[in-house]
Design a binder for this molecule. Structure first.
Ligand code: GRG
Length: 296
């Protein structure tokens, strides 16, 4: 099977896992269930659960039922961050994943609550996954990583600095800090939790973190490039959003040519680190390349 077909099949499998993981009941708080489903099932690229699963397979993981809970959890955390990032108080965007943003459809109040709900539900799911495990210690370690990388030492911390420094000139150090935390941390978490759930050795988990960090940098700089070069139709979200929101990006600071070069450099580092592992995954290798050279 060619890479694109393999990827499509994996996305479909992940969407099934996500659908089953979402609350199904019909009860008085149904609006929030609908808003959660609307935002999660809107058709993102599903990169984080995919990276988690590939990392799990790479290290010979066996307990798939627990893995599936963690895959759903990380996509819920990612989706909550997008829902909140689109709110009027943040980027105030109307389109995401090719459709109207959650707050546009359900109102700002429900947009806030849908993000809160997804974040909490993600941890409920991950804990349900741990309950299924023979070695709960691995599950607890995976949850520690996920919580830390999503929180103030990870994605939320990066977003805080991003918001505070919006409209101001940034140093290379500040930009690197924002990208490593805001974008990189959750990608690191995906690769690390997959390997931890599979019972990988600590040095391999740290290697996966290093790979995630480089992928994160390349991925975010590519995001900056696409915000200038792509179209709203292709991305499913508005282009020119960084300029509109006065965000200093890698492209704004160093120019397009340097940005393209940086993407190559960071992706080269990620792929070289992947090569140093004793276990191999041609699909993971191809996936990292596709994330970096992506058009959306
Ligand atoms: C609100 C706590 C909080 C955090 C927000 C993730 C984030 C931090 C903001 C979203 C905007 C943005 C440009 C984030 C950088 C990471 C990034 C490129 C996210 C988009 O991820 P994709 O491309 O999205 O994987 P899909 O929709 O395909 O899942």
């Amino acid at each position: 099977m060619v890479f694109r077909q393999q990827m499509q099949a994996k996305v479909e499998e992940i969407e099934e896992i996500l659908k089953k993981a979402l609350p199904q009941e019909k009860s008085l708080q149904q609006t929030i269930f609908k808003a959660m489903e609307y935002s999660v099932m809107a058709g993102g690229k599903r990169l984080r659960p995919m990276l988690m699963k590939e990392s799990f397979e790479l290290f010979g993981g066996k307990q798939r039922d627990a893995l599936y809970c963690f895959m759903a959890a990380i996509e819920m955390i990612h989706t909550y961050s997008l829902v909140h990032d689109d709110l009027p108080a943040m980027d105030n965007d109307d389109y995401r994943r090719g459709r109207e943003t959650t707050h546009k459809v359900f109102g700002e109040d429900m947009g806030i609550l849908a993000g809160d709900a997804l974040l909490n539900f993600a941890y409920e799911k991950a804990l349900a996954g741990i309950e299924k495990m023979e070695d709960a210690g691995c599950g607890v370690r995976a949850l520690q990583i996920l919580a830390r990388k999503a929180g103030v030492y990870g994605m939320v911390g990066g977003q805080v600095v991003d918001v505070e420094l919006t409209g101001k000139p940034l140093t290379e150090e500040q930009l690197g800090f924002i990208y490593r935390l805001k974008t990189g941390a959750l990608l690191e978490a995906a690769l690390m939790t997959g390997s931890v759930l599979a019972g990988a050795a600590q040095e391999d988990v740290l290697r996966m973190e290093q790979i995630g960090q480089n992928v994160g940098m390349a991925f975010q700089i590519q995001d900056d490039i696409l915000d200038v070069t792509s179209t709203t139709q292709e991305l499913g979200k508005p282009v020119g959003s960084d300029a509109k929101n006065e965000k200093t990006t890698y492209v704004a600071l160093y120019g397009m040519e340097a940005a393209r070069k940086a993407v190559e450099e960071y992706s080269g580092k990620a792929l070289a680190a992947l090569e140093t592992l004793s276990v191999k995954s041609p699909y993971l290798n191809a996936l990292i390349k596709s994330m970096i050279h992506r058009k959306k």
